[in-house]
Design a protein around this ligand. Structure first.
Ligand SMILES: Cc1cc2nc3c(=O)[nH]c(=O)nc-3n(C[C@H](O)[C@H](O)[C@H](O)COP(=O)(O)O)c2cc1C
Length: 162
């Protein structure tokens, strides 16, 4: 059975991009598109679409919000996988994941995951550094790293049927 896979992501500093590329390496022939810089291919050619974005101030990056709003109907015809990169864990993280995508898309997804987060001190703006210090807490760990276990599990679910 063919399972052509497209990974679409929105990243500010590169953590989501890294997760998208790690998934690509685990999924046969997956193509990857950065919503900020890449050209979106026609979705018709794909059986599976994986969406990933990072969370800032509780919300997924706006490029992903615009993408899911624009392509909602077509996305509903695909095998869907959703992930976020976020500092928040536990129930608050789950809530962020749920809010990140339209409800109908969230409900249809075969896999949904909070992949963890990475902070790159050399790339991050001074303002963002300051904000991170302010929000850091028990549930918002920031910079804990991507979870390879979660990434592997997610890739396994999405590759079924290849
Ligand atoms: C200014 C700022 C605000 C953030 N706000 C949140 C937040 O509200 N919730 C959360 O879970 N993570 C938050 N984070 C953590 C990011 O989601 C995390 O660092 C992520 O890995 C960034 O991915 P990216 O490099 O792909 O953009 C914030 C990070 C920064 C720098």
């Amino acid at each position: 059975m063919s399972n052509r896979i497209l990974i679409v992501y929105a990243s500010k500093y590169g953590c989501t991009e890294k997760a998208a590329l790690l998934l690509q390496a685990r999924l046969n022939a997956a193509e990857v598109v950065n919503l900020r810089t890449g050209k979106l291919p026609v979705l018709t050619g794909y059986d599976t679409v994986i969406l990933g974005g990072s969370i800032y101030y509780g919300r997924i990056r706006k490029e992903m919000t615009a993408f899911t709003a624009q392509h909602k109907q077509e996305l509903l015809t695909k095998r869907l996988g959703l992930f976020i990169c976020a500092g928040m864990t536990g129930e608050k993280g789950e809530e962020e994941l749920k809010q990140a995508y339209p409800e109908i898309i969230y409900n249809k997804a075969l896999a949904r995951e909070i992949m963890g987060d990475e902070i790159y001190p050399d790339r991050i703006s001074a303002l963002d550094k300051w904000i991170i210090r302010m929000v850091k807490g028990k549930e918002h760990k920031t910079g804990g790293g991507l979870s390879m276990d979660k990434l592997e599990r997610f890739a396994h679910t999405m590759s079924a049927g290849e």
